[in-house]
Design a protein around this ligand. Structure first.
Ligand code: IMP
Length: 171
């Protein structure tokens, strides 16, 4: 198996810094509860929060979606819930990628039912062609074509999350 680099580590670093600045400007004078979706968002989230200059706390949720290995069925199972309530808080959900949009639209609805003050979503990658719901993330690192990507937190069969770039697996 070979990996074709789609987005280099340098490009990612530049864009994540820009996103951090944008988020810091948008939340001036407030504090954020950043919610990372395990496990794919871990790498992006840990880089992103170091470029956010307003006070923040972090929490995590873990979910699993049933279905084939490379595609979600939209049926989402909550494996780990947040440690603390979010009522009245400014929430930023951080996710690795939005594909069909089913996972993030399900999670957004679940979190909105807990009455946060605001809720926004930040994703590193967006595959807009694949959308099966109306979902639009508030912050997007890169829009990419319809290819299965790995690296920078994203896995194929639990592997390749540690790659510093985003790439496509080629036979
Ligand atoms: P959605 O519900 O279809 O938007 O899918 C979101 C989830 O599917 C992501 O959080 C990823 O875990 C996974 N996923 C979607 N596309 C890719 C990909 O290209 N590489 C790795 N995981 C992906």
């Amino acid at each position: 198996m070979q990996v074709r680099v789609l987005i280099s580590a340098e490009e990612i670093a530049r864009r994540v810094q820009e996103l951090g600045r944008e988020i810091s400007a948008d939340y001036q004078g407030r504090s954020i509860l950043v919610i990372g979706i395990l496990k794919g968002a871990v790498v992006f989230m840990s880089d992103l929060i170091r470029h956010i200059s307003v006070p923040l706390e972090v929490d995590f949720m873990a979910i699993s979606s049933y279905g084939e290995a490379t595609e979600t069925s939209g049926v989402v199972q909550l494996l780990k819930d947040l440690d603390r309530p979010i009522e009245g808080r400014d929430i930023l959900v951080v996710e690795d990628i939005v594909d069909s949009g089913l996972t993030l639209s399900y999670l957004s609805q679940l979190l909105k039912s807990r009455k946060p003050a605001t809720l926004k979503t930040a994703v590193l990658l967006d595959k807009p062609e694949r959308r099966r719901t109306e979902f639009t993330p508030d912050y997007v690192g890169f829009a990419i074509p319809d290819e299965f990507v790995i690296g920078y937190g994203l896995d194929y069969n639990h592997r390749h999350r540690e790659l510093p770039y985003v790439g496509v697996l080629e036979k």
